[in-house]
Write a protein that binds this ligand. Structure first.
Ligand SMILES: Nc1nc2c(c(=O)[nH]1)N[C@H]1C(S)=C(S)[C@@H](COP(=O)(O)OP(=O)(O)OC[C@H]3O[C@@H](n4cnc5c(N)ncnc54)[C@H](O)[C@@H]3O)O[C@H]1N2
Ligand code: MOO
Length: 399
């Protein structure tokens, strides 16, 4: 078994030969990763523009105190009139500044007397005039490739009249739970040894939450030929195949053998991590197979640790899971000489994270309910030992 850090380093070092990209209408691109740079093809604004409703004047005319209103300039109109000596033009927020005007005096600062304004309160030169390129200049890089498209990116692209953009495709993740004891949702129990399968649904939820396209394949019996057929089929239809169960040392644990027989390159199998020590990650071209252990807590934690980064890698995304520092409110007993991911409660108090274990059960890796509530994962490396109240620890947030 390899060190946990080595397994993460192996994932980081993976090079994708050919990223899949596609062009999407900008609104459909929300949540995708941009596969091209977005560069401004014009200045914004292109011309000096009024930022308030008022009167466009030449600053040098301000001392006159009284100016004739020469014309009116609503937003969107192609005004040809200019501000000539001693005159002003009524101009509105968003209107282009007329020729000859460099300052906008707001409506609130003047009194109208017939066809003239009387200036009650002066403003500095250039007041309320948006300069050319105030927002962005032509040629400016606005959104670099590999950015996740969120609402500001959508708005900026719309401002650039970009109708569709190149994005990385979200990888398709096929999910298959193995185990002859498993009952899928709604399936009728026929003997006491059967249990309800949860792993395939937890993994599907993780895939969906962290920007993959989930392909739910349900449960399959511990039969090598069936597993082989199902995995080969899944591999042909998806970018990542995630299995749960059948990766340890039992007589019916076939997943590792099948991965080998499918001609995959095993990147690692077996990591000094708790839970999840039997994890296997393999590659075939730009496709991946991740064999997660069967226990519900193990498969969930290892999906976060190994499946989420692969989903991100295939679309050049950044890690959505955040590691923060926190203070222990209770002692932590280190149980294994491995990296440990222990379910805990996390709270934020005056800008600092705190960790306790109230209500968390100590037991096997079957206890998924430990991840309910304001849960997070306390992370300790294989080199670390038990910890005291007040010690600083690392916590992985997934909420
Ligand atoms: N002799 C050894 N036995 C075990 C070892 C070991 O090193 N030596 N490792 C233990 C650890 S750690 C884990 S984790 C499990 C992993 O084994 P598998 O990946 O082969 O998983 P299974 O045996 O198929 O299942 C384990 C457990 O989880 C339940 N399960 C399975 N699938 C699901 C599902 N889809 N939803 C909910 N629960 C599921 C299954 O019924 C078992 O109880 O091996 C230990 N044994
Ligand atoms: O690997 Mo198991 O997941 O430690 O319980």
């Amino acid at each position: 078994m390899i060190h946990f850090d080595e397994s993460i380093e192996i994932l980081k070092q993976i090079k994708i030969d050919n990223y899949k990209t596609k062009k999407l209408y900008i609104m459909d691109a929300l949540g995708y990763i941009l596969a091209e740079d977005v560069v401004a093809d014009h200045n914004s604004p292109e011309f000096p523009t009024a930022a308030m409703d008022g009167y466009a004047i030449n600053y040098e005319d301000m001392p006159l105190g009284r100016l004739k209103i020469a014309s009116i300039n609503p937003a969107g109109s192609a005004l040809t009139d200019a501000v000539l000596g001693g005159t002003c033009i009524k101009t509105f927020t968003g209107s282009l500044m007329p020729e000859g005007a460099d300052t906008l005096i707001p409506i609130e600062n003047v009194e109208v007397d017939g066809d003239e304004i009387i200036i009650k309160e002066e403003v500095p030169q250039g007041f309320s005039v948006r300069e050319v390129g105030e927002n962005y200049a032509k040629g400016q890089m606005l959104i670099p490739a590999d950015t996740k498209i969120d609402f500001p990116q959508i708005g900026v692209m719309a401002g650039l009249n970009i109708v569709s953009v190149m994005v990385y495709e979200k990888p398709t993740v096929a999910i298959l739970s193995t185990g002859s004891e498993l009952l899928d949702l709604g399936e009728v129990q026929t003997n006491d040894a059967q249990i309800r399968s949860s792993n395939n649904y937890t993994v599907e939820a993780i895939v969906r939450k962290y920007d993959g396209i989930a392909m739910q394949l349900g449960c399959i019996k511990d039969d090598k030929a069936s597993i082989q057929k199902a995995m080969a089929d899944a591999l042909s239809k998806s970018d990542i195949v995630v299995t749960t169960g059948g990766v340890s040392v039992g007589d019916f644990d076939f997943v590792k053998d099948v991965i080998g027989e499918l001609g995959c390159e095993v990147l690692f199998k077996g990591v000094r991590v708790k839970p999840g020590q039997h994890i296997v990650v393999a590659r075939k071209g730009d496709k991946f197979i991740v064999g997660l252990p069967g226990f519900a807590y193990s498969s969930t934690v290892t999906a976060l640790l190994y499946v989420v980064p692969l989903i991100e890698k295939l679309q050049r995304g950044r890690s959505a899971l955040r590691m923060v520092k926190a203070k222990l409110k209770e002692p932590f007993i280190k149980r294994a000489r491995k990296a440990e991911f222990t379910a805990c409660n996390v709270s934020l108090l005056q800008g600092e994270y705190y960790v306790d274990f109230k209500g968390k059960k100590v037991g096997t890796s079957a206890i998924l309910t430990n991840m309910l509530g304001e849960a997070a994962l306390l992370v300790t490396s294989e080199e670390e030992h038990s910890k005291e109240v007040g010690d600083e620890v690392n916590v992985l947030l997934f909420g």
